[in-house]
Design a binder for this molecule. Structure first.
Ligand SMILES: NC(=O)c1ccc[n+]([C@@H]2O[C@H](COP(=O)([O-])OP(=O)(O)OC[C@H]3O[C@@H](n4cnc5c(N)ncnc54)[C@H](OP(=O)(O)O)[C@@H]3O)[C@@H](O)[C@H]2O)c1
Length: 255
């Protein structure tokens, strides 16, 4: 049974993995046997994250680049090609939030959130899939959605539009790439305690609302996303494609 989830010999790229959920995915995939490639925009944070995994005995490396910058993404894949590194698993995790009522929202802020949360998954996913198709040995692409892939809340319009788009981009990838043995799925995390939403955790009113509205009566923890990430990265999910799995403590079930 454990061989179904074994990632030994696989190489995984996890974008936005210097902290938070991305780091948890990287650690989890490494624990399952994969060599992991980390990414972020801050060099020191990336260096520290890679060092933490290497010190724990895992195979980890890192690339600083902005996931929304096509040229930087292509340059990274070209360097991996030169090194003979084949990325077989991609987790398109990098994301940002921007909270502002839509009536006050500037186009540039809207665009940046769309670029980093949605367009990046196309840019990185396409670069990886081109190589997977050429190799002919399949692969795994996991995009990161959110509860806002299903439900809107005030003040996060671009994030909501982007994460709704991530759900449908995942289906579009599945529709085009499943015949090449590439399974494309998404994870929709619920309210998880990370740096991205530390302001919400520290807001007593919001904290109370999360606990009251969630059937599990608590925030999720980053490590609770690992099982789903390993499943979607492994042979255990070889006939699963185009799905979004919500890891939300049951929040959407009561909507
Ligand atoms: N936490 C939650 O409750 C929750 C819920 C639903 C969905 N999500 C999604 O899960 C993902 C991770 O969230 P998180 O809470 O772990 O966020 P986080 O703690 O803010 O971490 C974000 C990560 O993304 C990197 N990053 C940001 N912009 C980037 C860019 N342009 N290019 C490359 N890397 C970039 C950051 O690294 P640098 O600082 O080095 O740039 C960091 O490693 C996001 O897609 C988010 O939307 C989170």
């Amino acid at each position: 049974m454990s061989s179904l989830f074994d990632l030994t010999g696989r190489t995984a790229l996890i974008t936005g993995s210097t902290r938070g959920l991305g780091f948890a995915y990287a650690k989890g995939l490494a624990q399952a046997g994969a060599a992991v490639i980390l990414n972020g925009t801050h060099a020191q944070r990336l260096e520290d994250a890679v060092a933490e995994l290497c010190d724990a005995g895992f195979t980890a490396s890192g690339f600083v680049f902005d996931v929304a910058d096509e040229r930087s993404v292509e340059a990274m894949f070209s360097r991996l090609d030169e090194q003979g590194v084949q990325v077989e698993i991609v987790i398109n995790n990098a994301g940002i939030q921007h909270r502002q009522p839509m009536l006050e929202l500037a186009l540039a802020d809207w665009q940046r959130v769309l670029d980093v949360n949605l367009t990046s998954a196309f840019i990185v996913g396409r670069a990886a899939a081109r190589r997977m198709v050429a190799r002919g040995s399949g692969g795994k692409i996991i995009n990161i959605g959110s509860l806002t892939s299903e439900a809107a809340r005030a003040t996060v319009a671009p994030y909501t539009a982007a994460k709704g788009g991530v759900k449908m981009l995942t289906k579009a990838m599945a529709a085009e790439w499943a015949e090449h043995g590439i399974q494309c799925n998404a994870i929709g995390p619920g309210y998880i305690h990370t740096e991205m939403n530390s302001a919400l955790v520290d807001n007593p009113e919001f904290d109370r609302w999360v606990k009251a509205s969630n059937p599990s009566r608590r925030w999720g923890k980053p490590d609770e996303l690992i099982g789903t990430a390993v499943y979607l990265s492994s042979a255990a999910s070889d006939y699963v494609s185009g799905q979004i799995i919500y890891v939300d403590g049951g929040w959407l079930a009561t909507l």
